[in-house]
Design a protein around this ligand. Structure first.
Ligand SMILES: [Fe+2]
Length: 83
């Protein structure tokens, strides 16, 4: 997904935050895709393989969320308030 506003008008820090949030959305979407396929398949070996991959996507999502927290003080504050 491209940026909606001219890139030169956006603070470079915000450009990177948007990149991280987009990546986070993609990781969360991948988790849902894997979960559906795990539920749908009757092949136990495929189920196990997909579950392994899904858990890696969860790690990726956590890493991205942590990066966002470190680079967006308001987001970090919200996590602390809703702990
Ligand atoms: Fe990933």
């Amino acid at each position: 997904m491209p940026f909606f506003e001219p890139l030169e008008k956006i603070d470079p820090k915000h450009v990177d935050l948007e990149r991280a949030r987009k990546s986070l959305r993609e990781e969360l979407e991948a988790i849902d895709f894997y979960q559906e396929r795990i539920d749908a398949t009757d092949d136990e070996s495929l189920k196990k393989l997909l579950a392994h991959n899904m858990n890696e996507e969860k790690e990726h999502a956590a890493m991205l969320m942590e990066w966002v927290r470190k680079n967006d003080p308001t987001q970090d504050k919200m996590f602390k308030e809703h702990d």
